[in-house]
Design a protein around this ligand. Structure first.
Ligand SMILES: [Zn+2]
Length: 503
């Protein structure tokens, strides 16, 4: 049944906020009189049918006093229908009640992600599983897993035992409330002196996590950073850096910021190392994309490194600005041969980079080791697909502007309303919007130590981002969202989530 805009608006502004406190809000909802009562959860007694007319991940749900029917075109659609049912349910086992309603729903964007940074602070299997549970409840489907960085390497790689043994341990971390930074002359007084690690995932761990994700219709996007943000690996294998003597006797960094010792792009051994890592990652992770970082890579070492300069000469490159695109082209081909598409932070699209490179646009105007900034419009005009994650809307390590907030942030400000206003297609003409895959919330963890502050920073802002990625703009309304969130926040808290206040 088609639902007119007036009906929708009336439903949105009427009792629907509380009676149907759904997050993200569905594309079409028609309230009906009555309730369905059942001893078992509705998704255990419902009737499911296939409807080839429904879009991918979409579903239709009809609740009447007599029962529940669900139609979907794929398993993900039925899974999301069950998530909607869980939010509609009241009562307890043996006596559940559902309001009668008809819902037709499908996502606005296909990439609805969450980034977890396990390098700056390590969360581990159980906490990441809990993140996935919450993602699924909000119909989020991509776990971008930041597994390698200057401060830690979190994946055991066959043939490189020092990554798990050496690169997963750092000598100390910043004390709470301090901001040790790699550019400081001496930040030792800011460190807590506590060994952090070893923290890493084995192959068996990862297989367990991949299966857990698949059961929730979540695709893991593993990220292996290159050519910058590799200090943890270089400290185990100094010969992969431009000036190995700078790394001898070192471990993963204990301070934050942009490190200047990066992969030696002129060294064939360094290329082979990354090939071996990525080959393993391609075989381990079943998803269609692998993230190869590419952000915040200073070129200062390349300028004076004989091997890097020789690489420039041998390949007819202009200067060190051309080295990263050269490396990106190499790994795009490498991943392509293994059936994967590369994703990278927007800096990696600078220079001569083929169209099949997917960009992750984060800089929202610039910053990040002084690289030029390509606007999202420039990226899509060049033919790149994009995942939007502008720090102005999607960086959940930025302050949320609460009156009372006990946690530390990296800086900046992204309020709940700002998250809610996220529009991945902003500034992109209609004919190019097919390049916009969606977006994600990024939980960088320099100042996030455990699940309590991770929860606080993620929720409720991830609810707002989930709705921005799932629900059509015409169906979105911030005051209405806030009303629904009054109920939904209680749900999260009842489930043990350390959810921050709405304002
Ligand atoms: Zn070099």
């Amino acid at each position: 049944m088609a639902v007119g805009l007036a009906t929708v608006t009336a439903a949105l502004q009427g009792q629907a906020e509380t009676r149907f406190a759904l997050v993200p809000y569905p594309q079409s909802l028609t309230a009906q009189e009555g309730t369905f009562k059942t001893a078992k959860p509705a998704e255990e007694v419902w009737k499911v049918e296939t409807d080839g007319q429904l879009p991918a991940e979409g579903y239709r749900l009809r609740i009447t006093p007599d029962g529940v029917t669900c139609a979907a075109n794929d398993k993900a659609g039925a899974f999301y229908a069950a998530q909607t049912l869980a939010q509609l349910r009241s009562g307890k086992a043996g006596a559940f009640t559902y309001p009668c309603v008809e819902i037709t729903d499908a996502p606005k964007y296909k990439w609805r992600g969450v980034l977890i940074d396990d390098c700056r602070h390590f969360f581990g299997k159980e906490k990441v599983k809990r993140v996935m549970d919450l993602m699924a409840q909000h119909k989020l489907n991509r776990l971008h897993w930041h597994l390698t960085d200057d401060q830690g390497w979190r994946l055991d790689i066959p043939g490189y035992p020092e990554l798990a043994r050496h690169s997963s341990v750092r000598a100390a971390s910043g004390k709470h409330g301090t901001r040790p930074h790699v550019r400081m002359k001496d930040y030792s007084a800011l460190l807590n002196g506590e060994t952090y690690g070893p923290f890493f995932y084995t192959e068996a761990d990862m297989k367990e996590m991949i299966a857990y994700a698949a059961a929730r219709h979540i695709t893991i996007v593993p990220e292996i950073e290159l050519p910058g943000h590799v200090y943890a690996a270089l400290s185990a294998y100094p010969e992969l850096a431009c000036f190995p003597e700078r790394l001898k006797g070192k471990g993963p960094l204990c301070a934050w910021g942009i490190e200047q010792d990066v992969l030696c792009v002129g060294n064939d051994k360094a290329i082979k190392f990354m090939e071996d890592v990525l080959d393993y990652v391609c075989r381990l992770f079943p998803g269609d994309t692998v993230h190869i970082g590419g952000d915040e890579c200073p070129q200062v070492r390349w300028k004076t490194c004989p091997k890097c300069q020789a690489r420039i000469k041998a390949n007819g490159l202009k200067d060190e600005h051309d080295l990263q695109p050269w490396l990106t082209r190499h790994f795009l081909k490498f991943l392509d041969a293994r059936g994967k598409r590369a994703v990278g932070w927007d800096e990696y699209l600078l220079g001569d980079v083929p169209k099949n490179a997917i960009g992750m646009s984060w800089r929202a105007g610039g910053g990040g080791a002084g690289h030029k900034f390509l606007t999202p419009l420039e990226c899509v005009k060049r033919g790149h697909d994009l995942v939007m994650t502008p720090r102005t809307h999607c960086y959940l390590d930025y302050g949320q502007g609460l009156a009372d907030d006990p946690f530390q942030y990296i800086g900046g400000r992204v309020t709940l309303e700002k998250c809610y206003s996220f529009d991945p297609c902003e500034g992109i003409p209609v004919e190019l919007r097919g390049h916009i895959f969606g977006g994600q919330g990024n939980n960088w963890a320099e100042y996030t130590w455990n699940e309590y502050d991770l929860d606080w920073k993620m929720w409720p802002r991830t609810c707002a981002l989930a709705e921005a990625l799932w629900t059509a703009p015409s169906r979105r309304d911030f005051p209405n969202f806030l009303k629904r969130m009054e109920t939904h926040r209680k749900r999260l808290i009842a489930a043990g989530v350390n959810c921050a206040p709405l304002r």
